[in-house]
Ligand binder design. Structure first.
Ligand code: ADP
Length: 800
């Protein structure tokens, strides 16, 4: 039993028992036998929800008990605070926990005092680059969902980060938690770890396919769920689970679909199934929950979610705000929400078991593939693994849907009987290596080409590949790129080749930028500097649009109100660049849009997609605002580059709208995104502009005014306001909407706020006394109290 576990801080065993852990699950037992509480490295490849977290906790707690320090690497930022909260229950046994989120350019010094640190792999990578001193003190590292090394975007970072941690600290205990994959032994081999592999689950899982009148399960059993002609298969299955009482209540369902739009429409439809099955009390509580959801943000998404929730149905996808997500997850666990329609993001990591999982869509649109592509077996298995709530259900049911007999057979072969794919390293790709080669050299992990290759030999890629030359070849291509862009110096004298990061190379690595982003940003900012020099010779440095776009559209005889935009062709453009000092060359004005576009076209931003009709719209914007772009605009004939440019422009326009105080729901509608996406784009752009500011200061030849412009464009994003509100919006608790109302009431700055008539402040803040007092206090007012201010009078004061 757990209380007899040795090597843990005193009392932990009893505490586990009190939590309901009467004995270890078999895979946990196997992990202990393999030495996980004695500092042995371990790969645990076991199904979802079978207690992997406790294996990690046993490793970390025993390591700390021996005087060590542990790091827990989470796959998603959203999971970091969840895990921290989970581990904080050990604080009563003297174990301290810290989570490292936020900026990528700090060394997180304060974390030195924590016993357990939770962070994403990107964050750990950046902490290493910034020389966090405590990295050397780590004795135990846990990598959650290690099978994600297979992910082409994020996998290489995890892979290199683990290799670095293990290199810095040869005795490091590495505990890797994985879903059941095809080649867990290869991962264990890479990490020099023991392997615990098991199919054991705390609750039985039946996986099956529904077709016609029944679900056929993998254990040979069958469940009659007849679907009438014209009736929706998913709706019938959700109703069937709800109408089957196991413990006095019907069972909840989790429906996986392939897009956000489908999640939303599915939730709306399934509300018709859940609503009639709610009790009066549930209806009341759901109404309250819906109000809370509406309070999170005033967007259509928020409104749609609240509407569905009132019916007992919800959707869940990455476009939701994180507050939305946790409200939904909690209410689903509390069994108040009866059905959640989700995109696969929910399957990874979030602990939301359901009585029945329905995998409605097993194909998803894939842009690179150019059509609908079947999901990975691993992904479908993880979705299915969410079925069955231990202690509540007799067993979990996962159901795939077929509408003909052939598809039923295909689904059995493809998913039910199939093993998950093997994990494969994606490291030997140029974009991944570009970043990691620079960081590896800059942080002193390699000083020569040979040293670099031998470091890379500690990666999963090296363990897996048969083609030894490939990694070396890509590495050399990447080194050429880094040298040409001035990030790395190479010295080929003698037999070996020495490598060193340049000053700017070090900065780029610490800023956590893709070197290609840094090169793009520097290029863009340098065009301003060149232009500004030339402009000093031009008359007043005044700026006149080259193509007359700003001139009166009717002046040259065009139809009134119709402007044609022409663009210098590339030859003219080149000629202009060569005769820089000529008076006809004008300095480009630096505008927020220009800067937003610059950062949006770097590989560190996920651009918005161009939908049909967007190409025309943004081509027009491109010509209309041509003078604002930093760097060359690709020609329309360069199809792919131009398309990419336009996608960045669409993204930049979203950012510009945000900085122009356009309402969130207008933005969501205009660009077809959710509130979570707006936040994400704004955060990324802020981070990149901050990096741009540092770069602009660090390199020669960039005008000081540009630095100021970059900072202002960033601050406008941070607060989502126009220039004149920057001061006010910087006061805590003010925000973009309140700042605008205060401004309209004549209070234009923080100083004004300290002096203002309290009745006017209260009026602008719509009579909310507590808010007004807090704001006055934050603005530094000596007597923020609003006692005795008449709210009625304040309303009329604000109106004047
Ligand atoms: P995984 O990380 O494998 O998906 P979790 O670690 O989240 O799974 O475990 C799922 C649930 O099982 C958690 O609620 C956890 O508290 C519970 N649990 C873990 N180990 C035991 C045990 N030995 N006895 C009882 N419950 C356990």
């Amino acid at each position: 039993e757990p209380s007899s576990l040795s090597g843990l801080p005193a009392g932990v065993g009893e505490a586990l028992e009190a939590e309901g852990v009467a004995e270890l699950y078999p895979p946990q037992e196997a992990a202990v036998d393999a030495g996980v509480v004695d500092g042995e490295s371990l790969v645990a490849a076991v199904p979802t929800a079978s207690g992997k977290t406790l294996i990690a906790e046993l490793a970390m707690l025993s390591s700390i008990e021996r005087g060590g320090k542990a790091l827990y690497i989470v796959p998603l930022r959203a999971l970091a605070s969840e895990k921290k909260a989970e581990f904080e229950r050990w604080e009563e046994f003297g174990v301290t926990v810290g989570v490292s989120t936020g900026n990528y350019d700090s060394d997180g010094e304060w974390l030195a005092s924590r016993d357990i640190i939770v962070a994403t792999s990107e964050k750990v990578d950046s902490l290493i680059r910034n020389g966090a001193p405590w990295i050397d003190d780590l004795t135990c590292v846990v990598s959650d969902e290690v099978h994600l090394v297979d992910d082409s975007h994020r996998g290489p970072t995890l892979e290199v980060t683990l290799a670095k941690l293990r290199k810095v600290n040869p005795g490091l205990q590495t505990v890797a938690l994985s879903a059941t994959v095809g080649n867990a032994d290869v991962i264990a081999n890479w990490l020099d770890a023991e392997l615990v592999e098991s199919d054991w689950r705390p609750i039985e899982l039946r996986t099956g396919v529904h077709f016609g009148n029944a679900i056929n399960f993998d254990d040979g059993s069958q469940r009659e769920v007849p679907v009438e002609r014209g009736e929706d298969q998913t709706a019938r299955l959700v109703a069937d689970a709800l109408d089957t009482e196991e413990d006095g209540q019907g069972g909840s369902s989790l429906v996986f679909v392939n897009s956000r739009r489908n999640a939303e429409s599915s939730a709306r439809k399934l509300g018709e199934v859940t609503a009639p099955r709610l009790t009066g009390d549930e209806r009341d509580r759901l109404r309250e929950l819906a109000e809370e959801i509406r309070g999170v943000s005033d967007t259509d998404t928020s409104e749609d979610l609240a509407d569905a929730v009132e019916q007992g149905s919800a959707f869940h996808h990455a476009g939701l705000a994180s507050e939305h997500r946790s409200l939904i997850e909690d209410a689903f666990r509390d069994r108040l929400i009866k059905c959640v329609s989700a995109t696969p993001t929910l399957a990874a990591g979030v602990n939301t078991p359901a009585r029945r999982v329905i995998v409605r869509d097993w194909r998803r649109y894939d842009g690179e593939f150019g059509g609908m592509k079947p999901l990975d077996v691993l992904e479908v298995h993880q979705m299915c693994g969410r079925a069955g709530r231990p202690g509540l259900d007799p067993y979990g049911e996962a159901v795939l849907l077929a509408n003909d007999a052939d598809t039923r057979e295909e689904l059995f072969d493809r998913y039910v009987w199939a093993e998950a794919e093997p994990v494969r390293s994606k490291l030997a790709a140029e974009p991944a290596l570009r970043t990691h080669v620079l960081a590896t050299v800059a942080s002193g992990f390699a000083a020569t080409r040979e040293g670099l290759l031998s470091f890379l030999d500690n990666t999963l890629y090296a363990t897996q590949t048969d083609d030894e030359g490939r990694l070396a070849a890509v590495t050399d291509t990447v080194l050429d790129y880094l040298e040409v862009n001035g990030f790395v110096d190479r010295d080929r004298e003698g037999g070996s080749e020495s490598l060193a990061a340049t000053g700017i190379g070090h900065t780029v690595s610490r800023l956590y930028l893709d070197p290609m982003s840094a090169a793009e940003i520097l290029d863009g900012l340098r065009t301003v500097a060149d232009g500004a020099d030339a402009g000093a010779d031009a008359a007043d440095g005044a700026f006149v649009p080259a193509d007359g776009a700003d001139a009166d559209p009717g002046a040259d005889g065009d139809e009134p109100g119709f402007t044609t935009y022409t663009r210098a062709d590339d030859e003219e453009r080149d000629a202009g660049a060569e005769s820089n000092e000529a008076t006809q060359s004008e300095p480009p004005a630096v505008t927020p849009l220009g800067l937003y576009h610059l950062v949006s076209r770097t590989p560190d931003t996920y651009e918005l997609y161009l939908k049909s009709g967007d190409r025309e719209e943004y081509t027009e914007v491109c010509y209309e605002r041509e003078t604002e772009f930093l760097g060359d605009v690709p020609s329309e004939y360069e199809d792919v580059r131009f398309e990419d440019w336009l996608a960045a422009l669409k993204t930049a326009r979203l950012l510009e709208d945000w900085a122009n105080e356009v309402d969130e729901d207008r933005i969501a509608e205009r660009y077809g995104v959710g509130p979570g996406d707006i936040r994400g784009k704004v955060d990324t752009a802020e981070w990149l502009l901050r990096a741009a500011e540092t770069l602009a200061r660090d390199v020669e030849g960039i005008d000081g005014d540009v630095v100021v412009q970059v900072r202002e464009a960033r601050k406008r994003l941070e607060y989502g306001v126009r220039e004149e509100l920057l001061d006010l919006a910087g006061v805590r608790n003010v925000g973009r909407k309140r700042a605008r109302r205060l401004y309209e009431a004549g209070i234009e700055s923080r100083a004004d706020l300290r002096e203002a008539d309290k009745a006017v402040v209260l009026g602008a803040l719509r009579g909310r006394e507590r808010t007004a007092e807090r704001i006055l206090e934050n603005a530094g007012r000596e007597d923020p109290s609003l006692d005795g201010v008449d709210p009625d009078r304040s309303a009329s004061a604000a109106a004047t």
